[in-house]
Design a protein around this ligand. Structure first.
Ligand code: IMP
Ligand code: MG
Length: 179
């Protein structure tokens, strides 16, 4: 398995992240939300680059935190989320924006949002760089989506295959070698 064709270039990602940053900024500057400093919660490790770039495109008084969650083995979702118990920060009364690399089955977002509500968050929104065009298995939807992509396994810009290829600057489709 190795990275194949490029789905999104560095320039495309950069331009879209800038737009997402402006859109989030506009949302939290609305008069009804003024005075709230949102807490951006990055889902590690996949959201590492996206979180860093997005936050530099957002112009708000905000805070950043991370949670380490995993559900995938190879290219398959186990639908079992590991890491939710370890969430230590105080979320009581906070406006939280979950930042993740990709919305696939949706189980990560649904479980994390439910956990944040349980911990007392006042509001939970979600921004993902990618959304796979497939049948999502949960009712919840991300509030901000960078790109809708075909249902293929992708790597790069933080996304990995068993820990590899996160450092690629583009988003590329993982390819099985021809035999
Ligand atoms: P979900 O819970 O199925 O929505 O999956 C979300 C998580 O699965 C993401 O945060 C990624 O870490 C991982 N994931 C899903 N699809 C891909 C992919 O195509 N490449 C790399 N990681 C993926
Ligand atoms: Mg992830």
């Amino acid at each position: 398995m190795s990275p194949g064709r490029t789905l999104l270039t560095q320039a495309q990602i950069r331009a879209r992240v800038r737009q997402l940053g402006s859109s989030i900024t506009r949302h939290y500057r609305r008069p009804s939300l003024r005075g709230q400093s949102p807490l951006f919660l990055g889902v590690m490790n996949g959201a590492l680059f996206f979180l860093a770039d997005l936050l530099r495109a957002v112009d708000l008084d905000s805070e950043i935190s991370c949670v380490r969650l995993a559900s995938y083995t190879g290219t398959q979702s186990t639908r079992q989320l590991r890491g939710l118990e370890a969430m230590g920060d105080s979320y009581k009364g906070r406006h939280v924006v979950i930042v993740d690399d990709i919305f696939d089955t949706g189980h990560t977002l649904a479980a994390l949002a439910a956990r944040l509500h349980k911990l007392g968050a006042a509001d939970v929104k979600c921004c993902v760089l990618l959304e796979k065009q497939r049948r999502h298995e949960v009712a919840i939807k991300p509030d901000w989506v960078g790109f809708k992509i075909p249902d293929e396994f992708v790597v790069g810009y933080g996304l990995d295959y068993n820990g590899r290829y996160r450092d690629l600057k583009q988003i590329r489709v993982l390819e099985t070698p021809a035999v």
